[in-house]
Design a protein around this ligand. Structure first.
Ligand SMILES: NC(=O)c1ccc[n+]([C@@H]2O[C@H](COP(=O)([O-])OP(=O)(O)OC[C@H]3O[C@@H](n4cnc5c(N)ncnc54)[C@H](O)[C@@H]3O)[C@@H](O)[C@H]2O)c1
Length: 259
């Protein structure tokens, strides 16, 4: 398994790197080969060190994905390090709590530049390698792509747009053997989750969840690892909500009450 993972320094991206390595070892007897991209250089290096201790071959690329040139930088690094690509995991993202009334054009542009545009640019740059390997793409969206939450501003829109970019890729590129899917995490323990949690207290998020818990990054990583594995060979253009059933409740309405 040769994979690019963005936002791999922490949280879901880091957990995904471990999950892909473990899955690859189990399926093939060989560790994974990974190119990990993130803006947080020190923590990225720490993640790479921990993965190498588990046998993975790891290259790191320190990039600000808001820079449109960064996608080609990441894909070039993958070409150099691995000579091909089986999976592109576009996971990096930000949450800024700002209402639509307070949001400025610069906030809007930065939101889409980090949460939405890199998936398209990375996939476009990686297309030849993915086609060659009949590989797959997973983008990390959010339950917010499906329903509004208080104070998230354009976040929900950046993730909703991501769903359709991926469905378009699934439609356009399925014929050459590239699959593209999303996962939509619900509340997940991570640094971004701490930011989002400022909108809704943890107790509410647990209380509104049929399973009575907030996800761990590993819960998301397991589904990503499945989606890029041969077991998911007939899944294309799908979105898997990994949120314990919270969307089955009227979470938005409940959240509004707690605002
Ligand atoms: N944690 C949750 O509750 C939750 C819920 C729904 C969706 N998500 C999504 O999951 C994804 C991963 O988030 P997480 O929960 O692991 O949070 P996290 O903050 O731990 O991870 C996000 C990673 O993206 C990196 N990143 C941010 N901006 C970047 C940039 N400009 N260039 C390069 N890297 C950048 C960060 O350094 C970090 O390592 C995000 O897309 C997020 O929107 C998270």
């Amino acid at each position: 398994m040769r994979a690019i993972i963005t936002g791999a320094a922490t949280g879901i991206g880091r957990a995904t790197a471990f999950a892909l390595n473990a899955d690859c070892k189990q399926r093939t007897g060989e560790p994974a080969r990974l190119v990990l991209a993130d803006i947080a250089a020190e923590r990225l290096a720490e993640t790479a060190r921990d993965l190498r201790a588990e046998g993975a071959t790891v290259e790191t690329v320190m990039v600000d994905l808001a820079d449109p040139a960064s996608a080609q930088t990441v894909v070039d690094a993958a070409q150099r390090a691995m000579g091909g690509l089986d999976a592109l995991i576009s996971n990096a993202g930000i949450i800024r709590l700002v209402s639509l009334l307070d949001m400025e054009v610069a906030d809007y542009d930065r939101y889409f530049a980090i949460n939405t545009r890199p998936t398209w640019l990375l996939a476009k740059a990686a297309y030849p390698m993915l086609k060659e390997a009949r590989g797959s793409i997973v983008a990390v969206a959010s339950v917010a792509a499906h329903t509004p939450y208080p104070s998230l501003g354009a976040y929900s829109a950046t993730k909703a747009a991501l769903l359709m970019f991926i469905r378009q890729m699934a439609f356009d590129w399925g014929p050459v053997g590239i699959r593209a899917n999303t996962i939509s995490p619900g509340s997940t323990h991570s640094e971004i989750g701490v930011n989002a949690g400022q909108a809704r207290p943890a107790a509410d998020r647990v209380g509104n969840n049929p399973l009575g818990r907030i996800a761990d990054p590993e819960d998301q990583a397991a589904v990503i690892a499945f989606l890029v594995s041969p077991a998911a060979r007939h899944i294309n253009g799908a979105d898997i909500a990994v949120e314990g059933g919270a969307l089955t409740q009227n979470v938005s309405a409940m959240a509004r009450v707690t605002r």
